[in-house]
Design a protein around this ligand. Structure first.
Ligand code: KG4
Ligand code: ZN
Length: 324
């Protein structure tokens, strides 16, 4: 099947074309809105929706062109319907429904987190059981996956998501937005000493990042150099993330790990995961282009869901918050 995957859940307008018979992504176009949100230090929902409305048609044309297909070749429409910024989600959802209606082809709504969970397996096949760590701007989740739709959330953040903490710390340090890639770049070139930051004490496999953020604020007020604070923050945040992941792997006796979401692009996180690989775990990471929001992961999971349970009605609505 030729599958169109659409994601407008946050600040990227993305459309991909996926060929399910070859398990291949034919195109994956992402139009980033970062520059428009930059002055606000975070994503403004109404601006996001307006920019999606402006760009979605262009992104669509480009996705078809790169894939070398025509509109009439599309056989299934898949769109992120939850969770995300409601006005932003509605743009992609309505666009997708329009195409499905005109071509009289099936339409499938997709859960954005489920799409991230399976993003490391685009083009391959997921293991039957794996532990998924989803780390993005909106989510920090540890999920025991026992097949499509069989999820046990064993840990989540009790306050800020890790990507959100990155963005807030970068804002405090006046480094720009989004903060993750900027702090990661600073970390890579930093060779000085690290400052002591507290690892939040939260029971079980849950996470908390707000205390870390407050500790960073104190260091800023004390006048430490921005590079030193940024590098120290990354070291603490990533060690904290991986520490809990290791505990969960032991507790649930799982050998396969899939890490996804924007923060899975992080160099230190990838380094620490390689160490786990040396310890005998199988680590699955998305290709760089599938770490942040993208249409390919939506098409990949949307197709799987379509096979499992069929199409959705065109009355399907967008939902800002929805559990897995
Ligand atoms: O998955 P994503 O593109 O969007 C959401 O669904 O949230 O994740 C975006 C987040 C941002 O908070 C950004 O700062 C973070 O991912 N990020 C990173 C890196 N690249 C992006 N965080 C740490 N290190 C990176 N290299
Ligand atoms: Zn995302």
């Amino acid at each position: 099947m030729i599958v169109l995957g659409i994601d407008t859940s946050c600040d990227d307008t993305s459309i991909a074309v996926y060929d399910s018979s070859k398990n291949t992504v034919l195109s994956n176009i992402v139009s980033s809105q970062h520059q428009f949100h930059l002055p606000f230090g975070g994503v403004v929902p109404e601006i996001a929706a307006r920019k999606h409305a402006e760009n979605i048609d262009i992104v669509f044309e480009e996705a078809l062109k790169v894939a070398g297909i025509k509109v009439k070749d599309i056989e299934l429409i898949t769109v992120t319907r939850a969770p995300g910024l409601l006005p932003a989600l509605l743009v992609g959802l309505t666009f997708g429904k329009g195409i499905a209606y005109c071509l009289n082809i099936p339409f499938k709504g997709v859960h954005h987190i489920e799409a991230h969970v399976f993003s490391p397996f685009i083009g391959s096949t997921p293991p039957e059981v794996f532990l998924a760590l989803v780390v993005s701007g909106g989510h920090t989740l540890l999920i025991l996956v026992e097949g499509l739709g069989k999820y046990r959330v064993i840990g989540k953040t009790l306050d800020d998501a890790v990507g959100e903490a990155y963005d807030k710390v970068a804002k405090m340090l006046g480094l720009g937005y989004p903060g993750g890639p900027i702090i990661d770049r600073i970390f890579k070139s930093y060779s000085g000493e690290y400052l002591e930051l507290p690892k939040p004490k939260v029971p079980g496999f849950n996470y908390s990042f707000s205390g870390l953020k407050t500790a960073v604020r104190r260091l800023v007020e004390k006048g430490y150099p921005a590079e030193q604070i940024a590098a120290s923050f990354q070291k603490t945040a990533i060690e904290y993330l991986v520490g809990k992941l290791k505990k969960a792997l032991k507790e649930f006796n799982v050998k396969d790990i899939a890490v996804s979401g924007g923060v899975s692009a992080n160099s230190l996180l990838r380094e620490k995961l390689l160490e786990l690989q040396e310890e005998g775990y199988r680590v699955h990471l998305p290709k760089m282009e599938y770490t942040s929001d993208n249409g390919a992961m939506v098409a990949y999971v949307g197709f799987k869901r379509f096979l499992l349970e069929g199409e959705d009605p065109l009355t399907l609505n967008a939902v800002a918050r929805l559990g897995l």
